[in-house]
Design a protein around this ligand. Structure first.
Ligand code: AMP
Length: 296
């Protein structure tokens, strides 16, 4: 496995692969790997001749009061884990490699989808995500890029950017990897104390409760929201930010689930802010059939 820091060197390496008519799969990450990241790498490895993983904690997507400096970093451990998944190249640039002139003057506007929910809670976040993902896609030039459904709104924003800007890449969604109690794996989970870690499972419990209500025929979003709120309110260490149901593609609010939708939740458990989601897929024949298999 090769480790490359410079964008030019990375581009040359990927060029050689493409010249041999071999496919490049790409997994953008911020490092501090867990099983969720590794599952994306294995998909990229299986689907392609050559797998590239980037490790870059992108300053542009962190707000001024957020945890950019404290974000967990462990390059040595990450490299070992990437190599074990059969990754060919790790691209690990420094901030000045990606933003040589400091904050870029030209950035990608994520549009209305990027201003809802997470975009509202974290102003500028999705512009930072879109800008770095566009840059990384341009540097790596992959056939396919792999994103986790754990960050469902990010996945939707990236899909929309790729469609609207005609970026020549296939976006491949990958299922959320969870701990045995249902907590979605996240690099930020290391910040949870033991009691907070136990409490954090309430996000998934709330989503499951909504998914169960949905499976039993509940289609009204206020009812599904109340179900989720009750679960999180019962957990004293958690502070709910939002729990709602939105259209799967646009993340627009919806009153009734009659097309594929996401139950989405954000809460603070102690200091860490956690997010999670599940797909609510109306039975075939009742949904406009926009998405694949049922997750919830
Ligand atoms: P991050 O390093 O947090 O920016 O995440 C890099 C990629 O891994 C993103 O596409 C995330 O959606 C994905 N990811 C993070 N956590 C999980 C998880 N628990 N399961 C699946 N994918 C994940």
């Amino acid at each position: 496995m090769e480790v490359i820091a410079g964008p030019e060197n990375l581009r040359e390496s990927a060029d050689r692969v493409r010249q041999g008519r071999r496919s490049v799969g790409f997994v953008p990450t911020m490092g501090a790997f867990h099983e969720g990241h590794l599952s994306l790498m294995r998909r990229a490895r299986e689907d392609n001749d050559f797998a590239v993983v980037s490790i870059f904690v992108n300053p542009l997507q962190f707000g001024p009061t957020e945890d950019y400096d404290a974000y967990p970093r462990d390059l040595g451990r990450d490299l070992t884990l990437a190599e074990m998944q059969g990754v060919d190249v790790v691209f690990a640039p420094e901030a000045q490699d990606i933003y040589p002139g400091g904050t870029p003057a030209v950035t990608v506007d994520p549009g209305p989808l990027g201003r809802r929910l997470e975009g509202r809670a974290r102003p500028g976040h999705f512009a930072g995500v879109c800008t770095v993902v566009a840059k990384l896609l341009n540097i790596v030039g992959p056939c396919a890029a792999y994103f986790g459904e754990k960050d469902a709104q990010q996945l939707a924003v990236v899909r929309r950017m790729v469609a609207d800007l005609c970026l020549p890449v296939r976006v491949e969604p990958c299922p959320t990897v969870r701990e045995p109690d249902g907590l979605a794996m996240s690099s930020r989970n290391v910040f949870l104390s033991e009691s907070e870690r136990r409490a954090a499972a309430c996000l998934y419990r709330a989503l499951r409760a909504a998914a169960d209500a949905f499976a039993s025929g509940e289609r009204a979003v206020p009812g599904l929201e109340a179900t989720m709120e009750a679960v999180v309110l019962a957990e004293p260490l958690a502070t709910l930010e939002y729990a709602t149901v939105v259209d799967e593609e646009t993340f627009e609010p919806t009153e009734t689930v009659d097309a594929p939708a996401r139950a989405v939740i954000a809460a603070r458990v102690g200091k860490p802010r956690l997010i999670d989601n599940v797909l609510l897929q109306p039975p075939v024949g009742n949904n406009g059939g926009r998405r694949g298999p049922e997750e919830a």
